[in-house]
Design a binder for this molecule. Structure first.
Ligand SMILES: [Zn+2]
Length: 245
């Protein structure tokens, strides 16, 4: 069982890293000053990946400890170079530089860089699960840290429950949005889901796929899902029906 204390400690560790990342991105942005947008973009694209490549391994180490503490197996810490992914995101989120919305652009970059840093931890959990030969499964645990609660997209993904490593598809369970506080965790059994997180106190075993699913999220999913619906369509229907963001 992932205890409340373990999950809480893991989240606090992540938040400390988040704070450093946010501080550094803002400091870098401000230090570059009011220069021409194209020039600022080029410098950011050059310099921001270094922050993720520095803090990411710290997030990975933290995740490795969390994995070892919760499932009592040896973790795997993958070597990840985030440079290309971070460059791509940086270009994508700083459009405000050209439209007079510099503060907004800066905060979008901050959130994006936090996500890329956290990805090191999430990938560590995923890869560690993969190295156990099917002894543990991977699950997305919703975060209730923000006032609005978890979004429809995250709830839709969480409804898939705990899956084997081979079932984590791109765009599926290991897909995280900016400002996403949900966590990747490893579980050994349906009883192993974190204690004290709403929605995870009742786990059902899917009759066909044998997946371990949190009943609350799975029921919501089932109540709106229609044949051939895409993930996006299901999330949109959950948003509509249940009022999620
Ligand atoms: Zn989420």
């Amino acid at each position: 069982m992932v205890t409340q204390a373990q999950l809480g400690e893991y989240k606090r560790g992540q938040q400390q890293i988040d704070r450093l990342v946010k501080r550094d991105v803002r400091q870098l942005w401000d230090a570059l000053g009011a220069i021409e947008p194209d020039r600022k973009r080029d410098l950011l694209v050059d310099m921001v990946p270094g922050l993720v490549n520095s803090y990411g391994p710290i997030a990975a180490t933290l995740a490795a400890e969390f994995f070892a503490d919760t499932v009592l197996l040896e973790p795997t810490v993958p070597v990840i170079d985030s440079t290309e992914a971070v460059q791509k995101s940086t270009r994508a989120v700083i459009g405000g530089l050209w439209t007079g919305q510099e503060a907004k652009a800066r905060e979008r970059l901050v959130e994006s860089i936090v996500r890329h840093t956290r990805q090191h931890g999430r990938t560590t959990i995923r890869e560690s699960v993969g190295r156990t030969g099917g002894r543990v499964r991977y699950a997305r645990i919703l975060s209730y840290g923000s006032k609005k609660g978890p979004c429809a997209w995250c709830r839709m993904l969480a409804s898939r429950g705990a899956v084997y490593w081979s079932e984590i598809t791109a765009g599926g369970l290991d897909d995280w949005h900016d400002s996403d506080n949900c966590d990747a965790v490893a579980v050994r059994s349906p009883e192993d889901f974190p204690a004290g997180v709403p929605g995870y106190d009742d786990i059902v075993v899917h009759p066909e796929t044998k997946a371990w699913m949190p009943r609350e999220m799975f029921d919501e999913y089932s109540s709106v899902h229609e044949y051939l619906d895409t993930d996006k369509q299901v999330a949109a229907k959950m948003r509509e029906k249940y009022g999620y963001t």
